[in-house]
Design a protein around this ligand. Sequence first.
Ligand code: PLP
Length: 497
Amino acid sequence: MELLYKSTRGGEKGVTASQAILQGLAKDGGLFVPYEIPKLTLTPEKLAKMSYQETAYEVMKLFLTDFTEEELKHCIKSAYDDKFDTEVIAPLVKVDQSYYLELFHGATIAFKDMALSILPHLMTTAAKKNQITREIVILTATSGDTGKAALAGFADVPGTKIIVFYPKDGVSPIQEKQMVTQKGGNTLVVGIKGNFDDAQSGVKAIFGDRGLEEELREAGDQFSSANSINIGRLVPQIVYYVYTWGKLLENQELTENEPFNVVVPTGNFGNILAAYYAKQMGVPIRKLICASNDNKVLYDFFQTGTYDKNRDFILTSSPSMDILISSNLERLIYRIAGADAEKDVALMHALTKEGRYEITPEMREKLSDFCGYYATEAEAAEIIHQTFADAGYVMDTHTAVAACACKKYQEETKDQTKTVIASTASPYKFTRSVMEAIDREKYGKMGDFELVDQLSALSGVAVPRAIEEIRTAPVRHNTVCEVQDMKQVVKRFLQAE
Ligand SMILES: *Cc1c(COP(=O)(O)O)cnc(C)c1O
């Protein structure tokens, strides 16, 4: 049976998966959602024995129904290969009583690789399928990790170009170095004088610019998105929650009907939405614990039913979560509004105009699977320190926010359900903050790459390839622009071709 997609804002219907992937954002500014969420057809026994790639096929075939078996398997094989430093792709590591789902073993050592190593393959396959001969221009806003993962995925892919905007002063030193050293003739990396929300709004405005779209069309190009608003990002992220269930069963950590909780360090709400979709598919997830840093707009939303971005944007040591407009929340809003596009539009317009909206009590009731917790900078640092002291396990600053939320949730609710913490980045990506959390006196004055070597000595984990590569790599991108000039920068890059 074919599964089709529609826009949360009602303007597009009956869109195939491949078209939705090519387009990224719907023309009315909405996000594509499937007409329904398919159910897993696998038995738990079968799932428990499956590899990551096999699980990926079983999940993705249900969502991307206009891809053939051969196409999907080819995409999966090309994505989840030795770019990952472990055959299991997403290891589940038990530390004390918690399970850390390590999603950072790909090429750029953050969880964005889980989806962005397959998105270019899905997109080029989708282009062929739809007889698109125009060049696809990937336009991406990044809070630090999507940018590099998308660059790595699309660099030198024929028929594509990629432009990445990042907040010039809002990413870690390693994140920035990773991006500005990116090779590939089809890549452009630009720092903006603004924060992630500015970057994301700027990119959305360029998508919505019909004049520019027309110009692009005449030049033989078309835009698409590598942000998590693209359904081609969301679907591959569902896979690892299904896979995790399989591994918990295989390792006899769970009995067949036993549920588990997940804690997800959240920014744009893509990762936790994937967990929610996995639950709808039949994975026995009990609670979805949404972890925020000091930018706790989602925590407040789950507490009060009001989403309010009118507050200071705080730069934290978990920069990939420094976001006040969580785009993917719109997919959840649409769902709890009973798939009512009009209601969704009213709320999203209120968000654009007043910076806030309030959901109804009926809608709130449908959020009972979720709860929100947050961690301050000091709390996140403390849990990095403590977990290393107690168990010798070093986690990154984003994972620390989740670990902290997990602890608060368990203390508050006494819920003893087994809990999986989504571990979204390697500590090597945030070495300075991580090492300072472990021992500020000792490491506070060292250089970035000195800290890398110290982390390796301390944790016994070899320095990842992604870090070795940038130690001495020359800077290839040094464009910085004002937010209002983003469109000009895009035009100039495309005209230079
Ligand atoms: C992107 C990112 C997040 C937030 O994920 P969302 O899907 O945007 O909620 C958390 N941690 C890290 C390390 C990330 O790169």
